[in-house]
Design a protein around this ligand. Structure first.
Ligand code: ADP
Length: 600
């Protein structure tokens, strides 16, 4: 490791010489003659994921003194590592040959482009500066490697199990391969199904743990392990309260009605975003003294050299080094699913090929499943891969503006202007029906009253603006005008809306028997959003028992190894219902963390 630090320092030294224009860099390219630029403060902007990213670059006669991101509209949490790291790396390297931060590549590129524009304006030779490579890693420090519990993955399940293990007296480390924690949990809406909750009570909605259990079972075509979903159904409400009282998560004062549930039961975190869950969980973990190591990728599970049967260490890659972390009590696998790994998707389900985009975070590559299989874990349900029905046709991102559907305030139509599925059906059913439409898209329609009631334009403003900019969402005064934008049959759409209003008046949807309250459409403006299904959740993974212990291929417990979250299989059957993932990761994160700390 020491060798690495010396190497890193010598690179920095070499780079600063290059920046002074007195030397050439490692590749033999002559650096820019920086004296040719004009000292001063420059600002410039470039397009990021959600809009302009504005930077300020301060130059003196011979060096880049500072780079700052002044303004941006990038997604909170996801873009943070790029905004924190790229400007500093440019200054450290005195060059522009900086790698993008994985998971935040749009934001990274925007910062680099804006700084390039600023430097060009100052008269710098940007081509020469681009040849000066930065060091994207942080130097290894003298890290502690002996813990009671090692958690692999810093998403919702990992952070929850880490906190719970620490609550139970364990010394804990979280290994996260990406530059920031969060995983799919961060980019999710963060909603959590919680039967019998306080908002249901207020709205007079009757619910029970048994009804929730039945919904999960039925929603996954009876393929779930009943013992596992019993644990989720019985504990979801308590753990939602734990998140509120102990972790400080703020739940909004309204619920969403997710497809496939019998009643409205899903709590919504602040701003309807997983950012609320991850920021609070990360803050709590840090407050408890848990070590969180980012840019640290677990590569193998290691068995005790004496009994060869108990997992008691994890091998990880960190800044080019291989580091072994020991776990005196247990290892928790919480590394998420494999939605972003196309080869793995196709291996288990040939239909899920590269033609289908994905909503998932870049870290969802199934590493944990592969590592567990290598030491004999049993895998279950691997072919069950869920697509989310209403995603961005260009990027695959899940469209939260479409949550107007989950408030019961929109319909889905095809290009022919006709409804083609019950709007609150299961995700797999809506996805399949969408794929079978004449052009493979769904068009979500709603009116101004529904926009005001759902506020999706305010709650998800950046996404709303971006969709309008790219012509994927239209707002128009008349139904004719809105339909024309997408070439939808306007006459048929008007007829569809008329019929739907009639169903709303009579309280019964005669076409698709839509559940929940039916609200008639009234005046414009009207909205239509175009979307496609994209890979969202992989239901398959390692087999666990109700104590979150991992089971091997002969049905025995693998001692010392626990798993929670999307890395596990056999919980949601063929199809996970909306908001059940958060219930699952928090409930089983709690179970895994407690049992790992106790070395059960
Ligand atoms: P869950 O909802 O089950 O918590 P997430 O997707 O939210 O799943 O989180 C899983 C986390 O695990 C992600 O942040 C991902 O980057 C991380 N991860 C995946 N593979 C590895 C690995 N090999 N080593 C460390 N972290 C990993």
């Amino acid at each position: 490791m020491k060798k690495y630090v010396v190497f890193f320092l010598s690179i920095l030294l070499c780079l600063s010489l290059v920046a002074c224009g007195t030397s050439s860099n490692d590749s033999g390219n002559t650096a820019s003659d920086s004296s040719s630029w004009k000292a001063g403060t420059y600002t410039a902007s470039a397009k990021g994921m959600n809009g302009d990213v504005k930077v300020e670059v301060v130059l003196d006669e011979s060096s880049i003194k500072s780079v700052k991101v002044l303004e941006h509209q990038e997604s909170e949490g996801i873009s943070d590592p790029a905004i924190e790291k790229i400007p500093q790396q440019i200054v450290d390297a005195q060059g522009l040959g900086i790698d993008t931060v994985s998971g935040a590549s749009f934001t990274s590129k925007a910062i680099l482009e804006a700084v390039t524009i600023a430097l060009k304006e100052a008269g710098a030779d940007v081509d020469a500066l681009k040849k000066i490579k930065g060091d994207s890693s942080t130097a290894n420090k003298d890290i502690e490697t002996a813990y009671d519990v090692v958690v692999i993955g810093g998403g919702g399940a990992g952070l929850t199990s880490a906190i719970t293990a620490a609550e139970n007296g364990a010394k804990v480390v979280v290994l996260e391969k990406m530059p920031a924690v969060g995983g799919n949990t961060l980019i999710s809406g963060g909603e959590m199904a919680a039967p019998g909750n306080w908002l249901q009570e207020k709205e007079g909605i009757e619910d029970s743990t048994d009804l929730f259990y039945e919904d999960i079972l039925k929603g996954g075509d009876n393929e779930s392990d009943p013992a596992l979903i019993r644990v989720i159904a019985d504990n979801a409400l308590n753990e939602a309260i734990w998140l509120k009282d102990e972790v400080g998560v703020v739940w909004e004062d309204y619920m969403l009605f997710f497809g496939g549930h019998s009643v409205k039961r899903s709590l919504v975190p602040k701003n309807a975003s997983g950012v609320e869950l991850i920021t609070k969980l990360e803050a709590k973990a840090k407050e408890m003294g848990i070590t969180i190591l980012t840019d640290t990728k677990a590569s193998a599970l290691i068995a005790n050299s004496d009994d060869k049967e108990t997992i008691n260490a994890v091998e990880a890659e960190m800044n080019g080094d291989t580091v072994i972390f020991t776990a005196a009590k247990g290892v928790v696998l919480a590394s998420g699913g494999f939605g972003a790994n196309i080869d793995m998707r196709v291996k288990y389900n040939p239909e899920m090929d590269d033609k289908i985009l994905s909503t998932t975070s870049a870290g969802s590559t199934g590493d944990g499943i592969v590592m567990a299989e290598a030491i004999g874990a049993q895998l279950d349900d691997m072919s069950f891969i869920q697509t989310y029905p209403t995603c961005d046709p260009e990027t695959g991102r899940l469209l939260y503006v479409g949550d107007v559907r989950l408030e019961g305030r929109s319909i889905l139509v095809n290009k022919e202007g006709k409804r083609f599925v019950e709007e609150l059906e299961r995700r797999d059913v809506i996805s399949k029906a969408t794929t079978e439409t004449s052009d493979g898209y769904s068009y979500m329609f709603w009116d101004q009253a529904s926009m005001v009631a759902s506020k999706v334009d305010v709650k998800h403003k950046h996404e709303y603006d971006s969709l309008i900019d790219r012509g994927l969402l239209v707002k128009a005064d008349t139904i004719d005008e809105a339909a024309k934008h997408f070439g939808i049959d306007a006459e048929a759409l008007k007829e569809t809306v008329k019929n739907y209003n009639e169903y709303a008046k009579n309280g019964k949807d005669l076409e698709f028997n839509k559940r929940g309250e039916l609200v008639a459409f009234t005046d414009g403006p009207y909205y239509i959003m175009k979307s496609i299904p994209a890979v969202h959740h992989t239901m398959g993974g390692v087999k666990i028992n109700p104590d979150a212990q991992v089971i091997n291929t002969t049905g025995d417990i693998i001692k010392g190894l626990y798993a929670a979250g999307e890395v596990t299989g056999n919980i949601h059957g063929t199809n996970r219902l909306g908001s059940d993932a958060i219930a699952d990761i928090i409930v089983f994160g709690r179970v895994a963390g407690k049992n790992a700390a106790e070395g059960k």
